[in-house]
Structure formats: C-alpha cells, structure tokens
Design a protein around this ligand. Structure first.
Ligand code: ADP
Ligand code: MG
Length: 256
C-alpha cells in the first residue's frame, strides 16, 4: 500500500516541460528516492507533492485523500513535512526556536509567540520545548539547542532543518538534497539518521542526485530524466538498468 501516489503529473514553465506525465509510488514505511540528473524535474516534483506548485495535469493521492492542486497547508495538515534544497532557517533565532517554529502544526506556539517569547500558555510552551529537544536529539545536535542557528557549521544547519521537519511527527517526510554541500562522512551520518527516522515510523521520500548515497539508503527508487520517469525499482534493479546508466553517463559527459 503506498502512502503517496502520483499519476500522470505534468508541469510546464513557459516553453519548458519540467514534468511530462510522471508516476510515483511511495510505499508506507519505506525510504524512497527520486533521483536523476540536474534539471530532470526532481525539485519540481517535490514542489507539486507538497502543494507548493499546482500540477497542470495529473492525480496525487496522500493516504486516502485526493490532493492535486491543494495548498501546502492542506498537505501539512494531512501529515506531510519537507526540507528545502537551499537552507531556510531563521538565522537570528536559537536552534531550539527554529525547531519550535517548524513544529507549529497542530497546537504548537504561533510564530509570533515564539518571536516575542510570550508566556501565553506555559504547558504548551513546555510541550513544544520537549518536542523540539527530542527532534534535536534525534539528529544529534541537542547540545547546540541554545546557540543561534547562524552559528552552526553548515552540516549542522542541514541537520537542524531535518530536526525541524521531524518535530511535528509527520507521516511523510520529503527531503530535497539533504546532503547537498556535505562531505561523504557527513552525508553517510545523515543517511543513518534518515534510517532512524524511518524506523520511528515516518515514511521518507528523498530527492538526491548523488547515486552512490541514495543507493545505500533507499528501499525503492524512481529515476527521472528530462521530466520523464525512465525507471523505477530496487537499488539493484536501478543499478542494472541501461536507461539509467545512459542518463547518468550522458549528463556527466554534458557537464564535463
Ligand atoms: P532538478 O531538481 O532535477 O535539478 P528542477 O525541477 O529544478 O530539476 O527543474 C526542472 C526543469 O524545470 C529545469 O529545466 C528548470 O530550469 C525548470 N524550472 C524549475 N522550476 C522553474 C521555475 N520556477 N520557473 C521556470 N522554470 C523552472
Ligand atoms: Mg533540484
């Protein structure tokens, strides 16, 4: 049973067809991945799967709900959280408050009350602190809870984004190139955390262009090339797929 299912998703930007009838299945409880060369449509697909963009055509089902064209807050209410390809943190807020702001879905403090440090509701405040600390512990940076977000080294800022996304305990977590800019050691540590998140019962959909990395962590992959799905399957199936090999060799040659 797939938690998220997309059928025939199309998206065009002016003359560019970013997605040309893409199908995607994310099995519940899995780590799934969308991979493909730069410009193949991965981020566009993620934006559609989180409501940031409306598809020009196609169907999206999340759980039992038909979601195509719904706004981001409806996806969030249904249990979806995401991180972005470029870091989006409140650099002046503490690490902990960045997580609290991100975990506002369903009864957390408002952004304003966090910013103004309003003692509106002590019990809710304590609960949100606890939830945020648990998320920081999960990604291994709880010791930096009181530091300004901007003071963290780059890799830890990415971990903070991940903590913010999991704090609300989503059913589905979408991650857009979470390892971007990390070295291989940092990236491998991140993938261990992603596994733990999955083991906690959060289904994960990862977008990544680093094949080596996703192959190690994913149960199930979908490969895009020029806005089309050219393959889907297990890492072993993908690795042996001639169309995938050609797409990656082609893009390497093009970027050489
Ligand atoms: P990827 O994430 O796989 O690198 P993208 O989804 O970012 O690919 O982009 C797919 C194609 O759509 C590219 O040709 C890109 O230039 C184009 N594109 C993506 N977003 C926009 C946008 N907001 N406006 C115009 N073109 C876009
Ligand atoms: Mg992208």
């Amino acid at each position: 049973m797939s938690l998220l299912q997309a059928r025939g998703v199309q998206k065009r930007f002016g003359g560019v067809i970013a997605l040309d009838g893409v199908d995607l299945d994310v099995p519940a409880g899995s780590i799934s991945a969308v991979i493909g060369p730069n410009g193949s449509g991965k981020t566009t697909l993620l934006n559609i799967l989180s409501g940031a963009y409306k598809p020009d055509a196609g169907a999206i089902r999340f759980g039992a709900q038909d979601m195509a064209g719904s706004p981001p807050r409806r996806f969030a209410r249904a249990g979806l959280a995401r991180s972005f390809q470029n870091i989006r943190l409140f650099s002046g807020l503490s690490v902990l408050d960045n997580v609290r702001v991100g975990a506002m879905r369903g009864g957390g403090p408002s952004l304003l009350s966090v910013l103004l440090n309003l003692p509106a509701n002590r019990a809710a405040e304590a609960a949100s602190r606890e939830m945020a600390l648990a998320a920081l512990q999960k990604v291994g940076i709880a010791d930096r809870a009181d530091a300004p977000a901007a003071s963290l080294p780059y890799a830890q800022q990415r971990l903070l984004e991940l903590a913010r996304a999991i704090a609300a305990r989503p059913r589905l977590l979408l991650l857009d190139e979470p390892a971007a800019g990390m070295n291989m050691t940092e990236a491998m540590a991140l993938m261990d955390i992603v596994r733990r998140v999955r083991d906690d019962g959060i289904t994960v959909l990862l977008v990544e262009h680093n094949m080596r990395l996703v192959m190690q962590v994913s149960d199930h992959l979908t490969v895009l090339d020029f806005g089309r799905r050219i393959a889907t399957g297990t890492p072993a199936e993908i690795r042996a797929n001639p169309a995938v090999i050609a797409a990656y060799l082609g893009s390497k040659a093009a970027h050489a």
